[in-house]
Design a protein around this ligand. Structure first.
Ligand code: CAA
Length: 440
């Protein structure tokens, strides 16, 4: 069976930086620890005035193709995942391809282009589409380019405002990949939900508290469905579990859910039983409410065990390193979490070759997916090539007034003449009015 997966990855962060503890919290009259400790976020990325989902996606994709020596002729498919699209007809991939064609000598005329929408899970769905296209043998030796790009902005005053972010992740999906091989083992949890919507509007309508519950409910279903395919799991099966990360505090809750699934019916659950009992089984309860109460009681005890804390520090915490500094990137978020974990392994000298990841994606509306990936021998070179640290370091720190200005710019509330730029574009694609001229 041909091996298919992510061959290369590039990350592009928005070039402005909002410090949540020092700049945002005082303006909101909130304790900085609500953001740093509660949500787990220190700073977030914002796009400068000349950046948008097209330029961020094109900049990430150009770096990816340039670094790996690929040209448009090598790409048979371009899928863009976004929930920040500005055009209900023409897919964002055509705008991005248009930018890239200004730099390469060849075009993407032969490539199938599309746009995927299902909130934040669309990036993972695009990955699956590319995988299926290659596995079906329709790729004619070509690779697929998957780009997850979003400006995750909320209305000012919305509870989600603290979790904003902006950036793009570009991934090359190929046969014999260098980074991770995707496995056919997948599980889903899906239901018609209205926790987070953007019906033809700039900012989302969100029921924040409910969205957290819906995330956990769908993720629980996806993990159970995955277990029905993968069989019994064990906490040592996965080097890392990158979850969709709207903010690290959400993953604190998801991590506990993940642990309950990987210890189920294992020696670990047995060994913990003398300390906190075994986790409740639905069949032992007359109704769902008493079952859920028992689960909540068990979970409260589980999270305080040494065994869980050690596992969380090793398997989950490293997936959050980048997210803490960039905020929510919607479709790119789980792919940032995977990159963050692999980067942590590289920096701490951990060899991951042939180790497995359980990647857990989520999109509001709502759907969760869990699938496995196997780390490939070329992972170290691929992760060493990431420039995210330099990009984060180069971001411009904005004051609260500058934040308000840039928020208004991206909400199209400021005329072109009054728009300020806080950084200077260098060798990159820039948004230049409606024409979106690519410049390098
Ligand atoms: N020190 C330490 N911790 C503090 C604190 C302090 N001074 N003040 C508050 N906290 C803690 C709270 O106890 C809470 O922790 P727990 O959740 O563990 O109880 C945490 O900080 C957040 O505080 P609040 O619940 O009071 O925060 P909030 O109500 O203002 O906002 C939110 C939380 C509703 C999730 C909001 O951020 C939001 O609406 N976010 C957007 C929606 C979202 O991201 N939902 C996630 C699931 S949906 C999804 O994942 C899709 C997607 O990408 C959007």
């Amino acid at each position: 069976m041909v091996s298919v997966g992510i061959d290369a990855i590039e990350i592009h962060t928005g070039k402005l930086c909002l410090n949540l503890g020092e700049t945002f919290a005082p303006a909101q009259g909130e304790d900085p620890d609500k953001y740093r400790k509660g949500l787990g976020l220190y700073t977030s990325s914002f796009p400068d005035s000349y950046e948008d989902i097209v330029t961020m996606g094109a900049n990430a994709a150009y770096r990816l193709l340039d670094r790996t020596g690929h040209t448009p002729a090598d790409i048979g498919r371009i899928d863009v995942a976004t929930e920040s699209a500005f055009d209900n007809s023409k897919p964002v991939s055509t705008y991005i391809a248009g930018c890239l064609e200004q730099v390469f000598d060849t075009t993407f005329h032969h490539a199938n282009k599309g746009e995927r929408k299902f909130a934040c899970i669309a990036g993972t769905q695009s990955l699956n589409d590319a995988y299926n296209w290659i596995r079906a043998g329709r790729n004619r030796d070509r690779s697929a380019l998957v780009i997850a790009t979003d400006t995750a902005l909320y209305a000012r005053g919305d509870a989600g405002e603290a979790t904003q972010g902006a950036g793009a992740v570009a991934m090359l999906i190929s046969e014999d990949p260098s980074l991770v091989e995707l496995s056919p083992q997948q599980g889903y949890g899906s239901a018609d939900e209205t926790d987070f919507l953007k019906p033809n509007q700039q900012f989302p309508s969100v029921d924040g508290k409910r969205s957290v519950q819906v995330y956990l409910a769908r993720m629980r279903e996806a993990l159970s469905d995955y277990a029905s395919v993968a069989g019994k799991m064990h906490p040592d099966d996965f080097a890392y579990i990158p979850f969709h990360t709207p903010f690290p505090g959400m993953v604190r809750k998801a991590g506990l859910l993940g642990y309950r699934h990987v210890i189920r019916d294992t020696n670990v659950e047995e060994e913990l039983a003398s300390e906190i009992g075994r986790q409740p089984r639905m069949e032992a309860f007359d109704d769902e409410e008493t079952y859920l109460d028992a689960v909540s009681e068990y979970t409260d005890k589980l999270k305080d065990t040494e065994r869980y804390r050690e596992w969380y520090e090793r398997v989950i915490e490293p997936t959050l390193d980048i997210s803490r500094y960039v905020g929510n990137w919607y479709t790119g978020s789980v792919h940032v979490a995977r990159a963050s974990a692999l980067k942590h392994a590289l920096e701490t000298g951990r060899d991951l070759t042939e180790k497995r990841l359980l990647v857990a994606s989520y999109g509001s509306g709502a759907q969760a997916e869990a699938h496995t990936e196997m780390v490939q021998p070329g992972w170290k070179d691929e992760i060493a090539a990431l420039t995210i640290d330099e990009q984060l370091e180069a971001r411009h720190d904005i004051t609260f007034e500058e934040y308000e200005h840039i928020h208004d710019v991206h909400n199209h509330d400021i005329s072109e003449d009054d728009t300020e730029e806080f950084t200077t574009p260098e060798n990159e694609f820039v948004f230049d009015g409606w024409g979106r001229m690519g410049e390098r």
